[in-house]
Write a protein that binds this ligand. Structure first.
Ligand code: PLP
Length: 458
């Protein structure tokens, strides 16, 4: 089909929207390693997880075999407020780059949370409500997950307690106010409101926090308050499952025009948007039906895939959560204050870790000034002000398109534009003022936290 027939935006109709989430694990020969109980070193049973997580979500978490999970009607109705999201052909960016490559991006920023996080937030809040709970606790880094969850909780009438990484709490006061407007309570982490927070503060006075610290605090509050459970915005299998809606819509939109991508690119913090975007494509790859180049992009300041170790580790700094086998920098690794808050996590989804380990995908680490260069070019050509996290994917999409310019290859590149950057203007200001730096951890920094990995599952 000639390019002229491909519209600037490909939308699906409501009828064409996916009605079930796709569980990529069902098609994996090597399943992701199970979560372990840190005390016994044995795989966690459902009963051990239900004090922390909602029952239905525990089932989804542990199910490596069911291919499709029907999306409940209530969630489908909520999805219709902001989905389907458009798949955009980046004609203007292509022209600016002078590349023969065809670039598409799936834009997930068109909701108040400003990111894809709402796809899983509504699902998790829904199952909490269905279980008759009073509320949920969570962590948030950059603030997108906390915002998404507070929106979902407001919609369903649930209480929402958010532990927000301190650096973001201070840099993004407006993000905090959005959450409070939706009715959430927001505490900067580490805080003195929890045992684990006080311990972290004593050990690292003046720390600006990390997702790992905030997770420890939120889990403690959930387990100590009856009627509360903890919910997590990334990393877990259940989150990747909910986010598969991104990939299913992308695939349906491409199929409508007979387009087969060559390269699929996504930024990777805990791996949820990437896991969701690639799900149906990776499924085809695993089943031997098609092949795609799949690239995870992470910040050079927090390079879990490219410089991490594949091992069992804690998901949180406080070491109270289950152990997950993943590419990790060590749960005591506190990344430098990179502006892509949503990518500052020491570990990576165990599903994606297994796929990366088995050679089904690649990873690249990029430095933040080059990420903001890409963000600026994208904003000026495509009009959308991208989130710093998303701009990691833009960087590599541009790099790949420039390679095509050299080779003359007419590759089709699809990348995930996970969100917008309106709350990241302090970062843009630093970039515009020429004050942005590229901190890259030394091998010694990483070795120090790797040395503290728990000795289990070896
Ligand atoms: C949270 C977030 C990410 C990273 O999280 P993943 O779980 O790796 O997808 C990326 N982009 C945006 C806009 C985010 O809010």
């Amino acid at each position: 089909m000639s390019d002229a027939k491909i519209p600037y935006k490909i939308y699906l109709t409501e009828e064409e929207m996916p009605k079930a989430w796709y569980n990529l694990r069902a098609d994996m020969k090597n399943k992701p390693a199970p979560l372990l109980n840190p005390g016994t070193g044995k795989p966690l049973a459902a009963e051990e997880l239900t004090p922390i997580f909602c029952e239905e979500l525990v089932k989804q978490e542990l199910d490596n075999d069911t291919k499709f999970f029907d999306i409940p009607d209530e969630i489908l109705s909520f999805y219709k407020m902001f989905r389907p999201s458009p798949l955009v052909r980046a004609y203007c960016l292509e022209e600016k780059l002078g590349t023969p490559a065809k670039i598409y991006y799936k834009f997930e920023g068109n909701n108040t949370s400003g990111s894809h996080k709402l796809n899983s937030a509504i699902a998790q809040a829904y199952y909490a409500k269905k279980q008759g709970l009073k509320g949920v606790t969570t962590e948030t880094g950059a603030g997108q997950w906390g915002t998404a969850l507070s929106m979902a909780c407001a919609y369903l009438g649930l209480d929402c307690k958010v532990y927000m990484v301190k650096v973001s709490y201070e840099q993004k006061p407006f993000r905090r106010e959005v959450m409070r407007t939706y009715g959430a309570s927001v505490v900067p982490s580490p805080s003195d409101t929890t045992e684990v927070g006080r311990k972290i503060l004593a050990e690292f006075p003046g720390t600006t926090g990390s997702l790992g610290c905030a997770i420890s605090e939120a889990v403690e509050v959930a387990t100590k308050n009856p009627g509360y459970r903890y919910v997590l915005g990334s990393v877990l299998n259940q989150v990747l499952l909910h986010q598969s809606v991104i990939g299913l819509e992308t695939k349906a939109a491409l199929d409508k025009y007979g387009i087969k991508p060559d390269t699929i690119i996504g930024c990777a913090g805990g791996g949820s948007n990437l896991g969701g975007l690639i799900a149906p494509f990776m499924g085809e790859k695993l089943r031997g039906e098609a092949d795609y180049q799949i690239i995870a992009v992470e910040p050079a300041s927090c390079p879990s895939f490219t410089r991490g170790t594949y091992a069992y580790d804690f998901c949180d700094t406080g070491m109270i959560c289950p152990l997950a086998k993943m590419y990790t920098l060590g749960s005591s690794f506190i990344p430098s204050a990179n502006h892509a808050g949503g990518l500052r996590f020491h570990g990576m989804s165990s599903t994606l870790s297994q796929l990366y380990h088995d050679g089904y995908m690649e990873a690249r680490a990029v430095e933040q000034t080059s990420v903001f260069e890409a963000a600026e070019m994208f904003a000026r050509t495509e009009g959308i002000l991208p989130a710093p996290e998303s701009s990691h994917a833009i960087r590599v999409a541009i790099d790949e398109a420039l390679k095509c310019k050299e080779t003359g290859e007419e590759k089709t590149i699809v990348f995930g534009l996970t969100g917008t950057g309106y709350f990241d203007l302090v970062a843009y200001q630093k970039y515009n003022d020429g004050e942005m730096s590229d901190y890259i951890p030394t091998d010694e920094d990483i070795a120090a936290s790797i040395a503290k990995l728990p000795k289990v599952g070896e």
